[in-house]
Write a protein that binds this ligand. Structure first.
Ligand code: CAA
Length: 381
């Protein structure tokens, strides 16, 4: 088994690492302070091909692998987690269209997205009263002539205010459970589809999180994504890849936390030596490094399996829960290494600590990932 990245992925990683260091990182603290959306940085990311990393070249994408995608995600997240989550959801939206869209939908939505003509994409699954229990969503899509009329409110929508298109899930059969859900791809500016309340978050403050509201929003059949009733599968298949991406995002944050902790520990002196020489601090550093390496192996396993065309529901859930929890511990320990200085915003660790917390919640909370893993294992998977 070869655990080195293929050469083309290494080359992409190196160029994205330089972009992250030179363009993304320098303004990350300022964006965290102001909450400004990373418009210019995303424009440059699109130009580098990071909007459609897995989208085939014929639709304007980079045509790279899932392994390339998670590598990019780790690098961007190590510099700015807000930018990384925007990119993650852009790629999640693109992925749904790529997997389930018609040729016409791919040309209509993916090509302008990959060119950067669309600022972002969004994925509208959660609602105010259904997050973890996604199949309980209540937004409706009523059949009407050669289309549908959508009503309902979507909650926690990353990129919503900036999305050139949104993948939206709504109920076409009232009592159909998961089988009664259909996916749509709705362009920005469609009458009856508007941005609602913007959230003011603890972390990821320069990512955009809003409600998206549908009020008698009429879409024709050309905007249905996949078959009627296939929406839950569209969502779950998208999330399998998305969760590995979020695991990689958390890994990037954990790596940045470790780097900040080590840097501080090598400078700060106590008891006549640097604190990096204290056993307690070495324990923190060793445990963090071990757990992040293990997380990376799970991320790479999920990505590699997806690249082979295998279903990765169980592996994606394992990667997400392990990596996000390891990254949370990394941020906590490295903040502790900083002592009081970790609790004020003079050092990046304070932002990382806030940013990393939500990775255990979005794209399926840790508790849901454990349900998925538990079901797969008991079913013999
Ligand atoms: N791929 C394909 N099909 C799948 C699937 C997958 N990964 N997972 C489930 N399905 C299918 C099942 O096979 C089943 O079909 P059959 O009845 O034909 O077998 C159907 O979908 C229903 O599946 P379940 O019985 O497992 O459904 P459930 O209601 O018990 O719930 C769940 C499953 C795993 C709890 C699911 O609701 C879930 O993942 N919840 C979390 C939601 C989530 O992750 N939200 C994230 C929002 S997006 C976001 O956060 C983005 C952001 O902004 C950062």
């Amino acid at each position: 088994m070869d655990l080195t990245l293929p050469e083309e992925v290494q080359l992409l990683r190196d160029s994205v690492r330089a972009f992250a260091r030179d363009v993304v990182a320098p303004s990350a603290a300022e964006r965290d302070r102001t909450g400004a959306f990373p418009t210019e940085i995303l424009r440059q990311a699109a130009a580098l091909g990071l909007y459609g990393i897995k989208v085939p070249e014929e639709y304007g994408g980079t045509g790279a692998s899932m392994l390339a995608y998670v590598t990019v995600m780790e690098e961007i997240a190590a510099a700015c987690a807000s930018t990384a989550v925007s990119l993650a959801v852009i790629n999640l939206g693109a992925d749904c269209v790529m997997r389930f869209g018609t040729d016409a939908q791919k040309k209509r939505f993916l090509t302008p997205l990959c060119r950067g003509d669309l600022q972002a994409a969004a994925f509208c699954l959660s609602e105010p009263h259904s997050g973890s229990d996604a199949a309980a969503l209540q937004a409706t899509a009523r059949r009407d002539g050669n289309g549908y009329v959508l009503n309902g409110t979507k909650q926690w929508i990353t990129n919503g205010a900036h999305a050139g298109f949104s993948v939206v899930f709504a109920r076409t059969t009232p009592d159909g459970g998961a089988k009664g859900i259909t996916a749509f791809v709705i362009p920005q500016g469609t009458p009856g589809f508007r941005v609602g309340k913007e959230e003011h978050k603890m972390g990821l403050r320069s990512s955009n999180t809003v409600q998206m509201i549908m009020e008698d929003c009429r879409v024709d059949d050309s905007l249905r994504l996949g078959a009627e009733g296939q929406g839950f599968e569209v969502a779950m298949a998208g999330l399998d890849g998305g969760r590995v991406g979020i695991a990689a995002q958390a890994l990037g944050m954990g790596r940045a936390a470790l780097q900040e902790g080590v840097r501080y520990a090598k400078e700060r002196k106590a008891f006549g030596k640097t604190i990096a020489d204290l056993g307690a601090v070495q324990d923190f550093i060793a445990d963090t490094a071990m757990q992040l390496d293990a997380a990376r192996l799970l991320v790479w396993r999920g990505a590699t399996m997806l690249d082979r065309g295998l279903r990765i529901t169980r592996e994606a859930a394992m990667a997400k829960v392990f990596s996000t929890e390891a990254a949370g511990r990394a941020a906590d320990r490295m903040l502790q290494v900083h002592g009081g200085y970790g609790y004020v915003n003079d050092f990046p660790i304070e932002r990382i600590y806030r940013d990393v917390r939500v990775t255990r919640i979005y794209e399926g909370a840790s508790e849901i990932q454990r349900v998925v893993i538990g079901r797969a294992v008991t079913a013999g998977g």
